[in-house]
Design a protein around this ligand. Structure first.
Ligand code: SF4
Length: 332
């Protein structure tokens, strides 16, 4: 079948799925684990159903773009998109298949210079999030050129790099890459990890080793996790993931209520159900291992901490009213 959104599975993800698939054929208790990881990278016909609430730009990046590649939604931090490429196309992601080609270009010198000029004129911005696509799909040399350009205009700015590489392509993070991260400290890695099997010694020892190597190199690591139907929408799965992360020396960061990317309704857990899961999770985990449960308000309303805020039910949507009195909507 032809899918509207492009399909790409990294060799490493394929190898982990093969391991799990072989084990599942002999032990049915592994089937759920296989299915959880497979669902993240193998397309389904459900993606062809696009709901009216789903958006081309669910995070409102176009609303907050201050240069071609720099997005500023908050006073103190900006996001720089350095590539459209990814190792795998995660089926729940709005950026799956936005690559123009397999060798979609890295940020141009002109776009980087425009972003740096903006940063230079805004000293109140003290963090830059390097994002994509997956920034680590670019080479160390390409990334070094971005880090150097940013630090030249803003010597003290903190760099955060968002990536799926530890679980999609752990071989990408070499000793030289770790040295690059260390060279540009203060530097944080923010890996997106959704299921304990993605970093389990039994199924993905390379991914676990990769995370440990980043921690051992002295680079702080804080995760992001999407709450995904059929992947991790169960308290025991999330508890296992977060317990394993802290044992590896990694801080669980955010658990995100999924956004409104097109053709992803089959991944969305209703907000009320997500809250129930999170409230139960609180009883299973310590403060250290509990992530923050949050939602990016659709269309560019920003990140809000769900348990600390009030969402009012209005018909078939949840209405969130921000500090300025503006309303934002999320489907029930
Ligand atoms: S941007 Fe990140 S989450 Fe989206 S497809 Fe690429 S690697 Fe996956």
């Amino acid at each position: 079948m032809e899918f509207s959104f492009s399909v790409k599975i990294s060799p490493y993800c394929s190898s982990v799925l093969s391991r799990l698939g072989a084990a599942a054929s002999e032990d049915s208790s592994v089937s759920d684990v296989f299915s959880a990881l497979n669902r993240q990278c193998t397309p389904s016909v459900a993606e062809e159903t696009v709901l009216s609430c789903e958006l081309d730009d669910p995070f409102g990046e176009s609303v907050h773009a201050v240069t071609k590649k720099l997005i500023r939604q908050y006073k103190n931090r900006c996001l720089l998109k350095v590539t459209d490429n990814c190792f795998s196309h995660c089926r729940f992601c709005p950026y799956r298949g936005t690559e123009k080609s397999e060798d979609s270009p890295f940020i141009t010198a002109e776009d980087l210079s425009e972003a740096c000029a903006f940063l230079e004129g805004h000293p109140e911005i003290n963090e830059i999030i390097i994002a994509g696509g997956d920034p680590l799909s670019a080479s160390d040399e390409q990334l070094a050129s971005v880090f150097e350009a940013v630090r030249k205009v803003r010597p003290g700015i903190l760099i955060r790099l968002r990536t799926r590489a530890p679980v999609s392509a752990p071989e990408r993070i070499s000793r030289e890459t770790l040295a690059l991260f260390r060279r540009f400290r203060p530097f944080w890695i923010v890996p997106q990890i959704h299921h304990p099997a993605e970093i389990a010694a039994r199924w993905a020892p390379e991914a676990q080793k990769c995370l440990l190597s980043i921690v051992d190199a002295g680079i702080p690591v804080q995760t992001e996790t999407q709450l995904l139907r059929g992947v991790n929408d169960a308290v025991p799965v999330l508890a296992e993931l977060y317990t394993l992360l802290v044992h590896l020396g990694v801080k669980p960061g955010f658990l995100y209520q999924p956004g409104l990317a097109k053709g992803t309704g089959h991944f969305r857990v209703p907000l009320a159900e997500g809250l129930k899961i999170y409230n139960k999770l609180k009883n299973e985990l310590s403060d250290l291992s509990l992530p923050v449960y949050a939602l990016e308000l659709p269309g560019g309303g920003g990140l809000v901490n769900i348990p600390a805020t009030r969402f009012a039910r209005e018909g078939d949507t949840w209405k969130y009213t921000d500090a300025s009195g503006k309303s934002w909507f999320y489907p029930v």
